[in-house]
Design a protein around this ligand. Structure first.
Ligand SMILES: CC(C)(COP(=O)(O)OP(=O)(O)OC[C@H]1O[C@@H](n2cnc3c(N)ncnc32)[C@H](O)[C@@H]1OP(=O)(O)O)[C@@H](O)C(=O)NCCC(=O)NCCS
Length: 150
């Protein structure tokens, strides 16, 4: 499916707080509070990218650089814009940005039942390299995803 012409990743900033909170509540079940989002969007050590589509913030990807590793903390696409490549585009842009900043690897945790996200990470070159039992508050297990950026 073709993407809209304006579907180019951009750096999210404090002015995107409301849009991030909305997408978080829709797609991530309220991962972060308003205060936590504020910190993500204001801190220079956090990488946060978004994509606009359909007249709104449709995708976001966030991470932290811990020494030379990108730890991906959030990835979401609004449900009406899924399966159009936005997730892959915003994640690839985050990996590129981290690589330019000196990261040599990237990692994240994903629920073992989240088949859409697992498919996306596999397409983006991640390997499942371990699991954490009962990682989530509702008891679900997490799979650790990892890839080299070199
Ligand atoms: C996971 C998520 C970000 C995927 O976003 P998306 O924009 O739909 O993904 P893309 O269109 O870029 O798809 C990337 C690849 O994953 C595959 N994929 C995406 N959704 C899929 C699904 N539901 N089932 C199977 N494969 C799927 C695509 O087919 C595509 O593979 P391809 O390159 O071979 O075509 C989105 O479903 C989402 O926001 N889910 C809720 C939040 C979430 O789970 N975040 C991740 C937390 S770790």
């Amino acid at each position: 499916m073709s993407m809209e012409l304006n579907a180019a990743p951009f750096a999210l900033g404090p002015e995107d707080l409301e849009a991030c909170l909305l997408l978080d509540s829709e797609a991530l079940d309220g991962l972060w509070t308003e205060r936590q989002w504020q910190r993500e969007l204001e801190s220079s050590d956090r990488l946060c990218l978004g994509i606009r589509a359909g007249g709104r913030l449709a995708a976001l990807a966030c991470g932290w650089l811990v020494v030379d590793e990108l730890q991906i903390t959030a990835l979401a696409v609004t449900s009406s814009q899924r399966k159009r490549g936005l997730g892959k585009t915003v994640l690839s842009a985050l990996l590129d940005q981290a690589r330019r900043a000196g990261a040599v690897s990237a990692t994240l945790e994903v629920a073992s039942c989240n088949l859409a996200a697992l498919a996306l990470y596999q397409r983006c070159g991640f390997l499942s390299c371990g699991s954490r039992r009962g990682y989530y508050s509702d008891g679900r297990d997490a799979l650790i995803q990892w890839r080299s950026l070199t």
